[in-house]
Design a protein. Structure first.
Length: 133
């Protein structure tokens, strides 16, 4: 249902290294996904990142969040402890119902990315009046 990868910048190692990280540990983009009758809402923790460092893409019913974490000002030898990795992080979600991507809204505020994805009209619940005869 979801995929998550972390890529180190190419200038760190001559070979591009990709780690698969998840709930067992490692760096990951923490998110909350909620659903109501009208839409899905995805909230991702992106502390210190600006809108220019975030990329949100929707293709069919798959939502992909990409973030670019800038490297620090020092070199590797300057750090005593380094847990904030520079590079790109990506997280993808396949939503259970179709969405209307043309009406999607994304806002970053106070370190949180809030993404609202309205469900397609065909995927929304309909009320059918019952007539009495």
């Amino acid at each position: 249902m979801l995929a998550y990868t972390w890529r180190r910048p190419r200038h760190v190692h001559p070979v591009s290294v990709t780690w698969l990280a998840g709930y067992s540990g490692g760096s990951r983009l923490p998110v909350d996904v909620r659903e109501d009758d009208e839409s899905y809402e995805i909230t991702a923790a992106v502390p210190g990142l600006t809108a220019e460092q975030l990329d949100v893409q929707v293709l069919d019913d798959v939502v992909t969040l990409r973030v670019r974490v800038p490297s620090g000002n020092g070199t590797e030898k300057d750090y005593l402890l380094r847990e904030i990795r520079a590079g790109e992080m990506e997280r993808s979600f396949r939503l259970p119902k179709p969405i209307d991507a043309s009406k999607a809204e994304a806002v970053v505020e106070n370190g949180l990315l809030r993404l609202r994805l309205p469900k397609a009209e065909a995927a929304r619940p309909k009320t059918i009046p019952v007539a009495v005869k």
